[in-house]
Design a protein around this ligand. Sequence first.
Ligand SMILES: Nc1ncnc2c1ncn2[C@@H]1O[C@H](COP(=O)(O)OP(=O)(O)O)[C@@H](O)[C@H]1O
Ligand SMILES: [Mg+2]
Length: 500
Amino acid sequence: MGALAVEAIGLSKTYGAVTALREGHFQLRPGEVHILLGSNGSGKSTLCKLIAGSIRPSSGELSLFGTPTNLSGPNDARARGIGVFYQELSLSPHLSVAENILLGAEPLTRWGTVDRSALRHRARDLIALFGSAAGPGLTPDAPVSRLSFDQKQIVEILKVFSSNPRVIILDEATSSLDRTQVTILFERLRALKAQGVAIILITHRMEEIFEIGDRVTIVRDGLSVATLEIAATDKNEIVHHMVGARIEGSIQRRLRPEPSLETALTLDGLQGPALAPLSVTLRRGEILGLGGLHGQGQSDLLLTLFGAQGTQAGRITIAGQRFRPTSPRAALKAGIAYISGDRRRVGVFAGRPVFENLTLSILLKTGARRVRPGLLRTLLEPILNRLKLKAPSLAVPIQSLSGGNQQKAVIGRWLTTKPKVLLLDDPTKGIDIQSKNDLYAMLDSLCAEGVGIILYSSEDSELLGNADRVLVFNSGQVTEELSGARLTEFDLYQAALKAA
Ligand SMILES: Nc1ncnc2c1ncn2[C@@H]1O[C@H](COP(=O)(O)OP(=O)(O)O)[C@@H](O)[C@H]1O
Ligand SMILES: [Mg+2]
């Protein structure tokens, strides 16, 4: 066998005080499908991004095809034959499907302009791979913004295939695909594998691991803990490697007083577009966690409650009063606040001063045109102190603050409305550990005041460290509720993998 396709030796990546990957050791052989497995936040995507040149290592060595390599960026990696499907998707919504698939590799005419008709044909041939499983509307000319989520994933996959890479990295590429789409993808991967292409696949679905994988490397807390031959292992061994010695002691939970017996929110058969009927009661001072693999309906629940997604059926009561989530404004008036960790898409109003960002919600709620100066003192100051917001002044543009402080400003905005129920949609994504701890402390004090909180986190440790109980989601359905002694990584992972 020739040189390794990829070798990472003690590769690490830190973001300020956060260590995303510490001493990652990893070997990828030509012609193998290598699964990367680990709970949320363990460092899998970080390893992929390092190999794809989209971030730089803090230390350690990366070799590609037997040669130690310092990638200068994603284009450098692409030119060396690395093709990557990013978990967050990297599509341009305003471009067409064909333009996205062949971005940076557009066929040219003799005069050096983009050959539109060749572009469309190439895209059509690639889309044909998925046949009718691509679903209606996935055509070369369709704008990507019009596609459903699974179709966007297919476009991102085809974009990877279009460059004929020698190494393919698929970071949770199958999370929204249905069974037929996955089967088609895997057939293609087998054909590429036979040609010597090396494939890294991140998936949490056990059946996929055993169906397509040759080897699996398990990542835990930023360390690669074991590499196993798939044919010689089983699900139990894999899960034990994943959660390691923490099966017993588990994650440290934050100590908070017991939630009160009063009800903050009740859902009675609430149903949304991607949500099976759900009945649950949230108590005042309680943090209800939403767990499970990414994109299984957790955000749908939060957005439905916030009136941003249109309910189909069910009954919601807030502090005893019936509530219909017809719009975010209605939710706001009923005492619901929604905070997302996806600050760039929802949350931060870039280019606007911190002050405006802070006062937006209260203006919307009261219908006032401007904030009275006195309100600034009585309302904002205590909130800013409590959040430990660090800003040179409230007049600076919000994007000049660090990610952690931007998020604090977004949270501050919602606290001005004195919410009864706080919906947190992966609220600490990509923020530093100090800001995270400030936010957790603030959640504690909100609980003490009787606010009910629903928390979705893509990091299992954050969920287990903060939630009083966790609803585990799978395909839009709550499949299990974990509480007490079952609030462990092991139970959470087991439950997440269990089919709906
Ligand atoms: N840009 C970033 N800034 C700060 N922390 C980050 C950043 N990207 C990832 N992290 C942190 O690094 C850790 C590993 O993240 P990631 O590699 O995305 O995990 P996984 O893909 O296994 O879920 C997490 O704790 C995450 O919060
Ligand atoms: Mg990831």
